[in-house]
Write a protein that binds this ligand. Structure first.
Ligand code: SF4
Length: 296
């Protein structure tokens, strides 16, 4: 299965640009987010349990120590020699600019770290943060700002308690473009009340704003979340693998050739997962997407 025959993957983009495989190393820099600390809310997004999607190993230690440990693990199974530091857990631009700079500088200090991927919310990217990231980019680092949007529908954003609107996202994208930053947008399929057509609409709206990359995954219902409680009450219909695969195939087939796909499915920790069960089988999902593309 060679997905790169059909999909402009981020991994392939990096390989072509740098002449070798580049891997992401996750970092947990002990951030929180405004949807948890009371600024926007305290419960967080209804699907969010950060423990379920942050590698267990990135819970402690300095950025340098975490990167070293993650690199050692990756090198045991892959040939990569250079990496991107992925600030993944919570909202990684939510802090004083001096603190952000110190953390990002620490990550970039290692010779093998060629850049940063910064995961955050659309309402957490003030201009000084964008300017800081643009500055790293101008120094030649590979910089990606990853904005969690999940849906372009305000009713859905409210339904999952995101605490921001689509207009917040549009504003963030326009300002990030002003700073010349690479943008990746995260979308979730299977949000309660949404159809496959709604996911396609969200995807199209994101494309229309000119983002360079998307990351899509099926809704995971994980323990310890509001969504889990709703699911147990029968209020959250399970997304089927067929619906998910067919929608992703449709997205890929209609994507402009320059659009990069950072991810085509999720990979959360299984011990937290309640439903749907099929999301545990990443390679089956990717295989089905591949088959869908071959037979399209
Ligand atoms: S998904 Fe992100 S924005 Fe939402 S509560 Fe979790 S960390 Fe905060």
């Amino acid at each position: 299965m060679d997905l790169t025959r059909y999909v402009n993957t981020f991994g392939n983009y990096l390989r072509q640009k740098y002449g070798e495989p580049i891997h992401k190393l996750s970092v947990n820099a002990d951030f929180t987010c405004p949807n948890r600390d009371g600024t926007k809310g305290i419960g967080g997004c209804s699907f969010c349990n950060n423990n379920s999607f942050s590698p267990a190993s990135t819970k402690a230690g300095s950025v340098t120590a975490q990167l070293h440990a993650a690199r050692t693990r990756v090198e045991q199974v892959r040939k990569a020699r250079r990496f991107i530091a992925y600030f993944q857990s919570y909202s990684n631009t939510y802090g004083e600019i001096e603190r952000l700079k110190a953390l990002y500088d620490e990550a970039l200090a290692a010779d093998e770290i060629i850049g940063l991927a910064i995961g955050t919310r659309p309402d957490c990217v003030p201009d000084p943060v964008l300017a800081l990231l643009a500055d790293y980019q101008q120094q030649g680092h590979e910089i990606w700002l990853e904005l969690g949007l999940q849906s372009s529908f305000d009713t859905s954003l409210e339904r999952i308690n995101r605490g921001h609107t689509f207009a917040d996202y549009e504003d963030a994208v326009q300002r990030a473009h002003h700073f010349g930053l690479n943008l990746c947008t995260h979308l979730i399929m299977g949000i309660p009340g949404e159809t496959a057509k709604d996911t396609l609409t969200s995807y199209q709206r994101v494309l229309d704003l000119g983002v360079k990359a998307i990351k899509i995954h099926p809704l995971h219902i994980v323990k310890g979340t509001q969504l889990a409680r709703e699911w147990k009450q029968g209020l959250v219909p399970d997304l089927t693998m067929d619906d998910y695969v067919n929608t992703v195939v449709e997205i890929i087939k209609t994507a402009p050739k320059e659009l990069l796909f950072h991810r085509l499915t999720g990979s959360g920790a299984h011990q937290y997962l309640l439903a749907p069960d099929w999301v545990k089988h990443k390679w089956d999902i990717l295989g089905a997407i591949y088959a869908g593309l071959v037979n399209h």
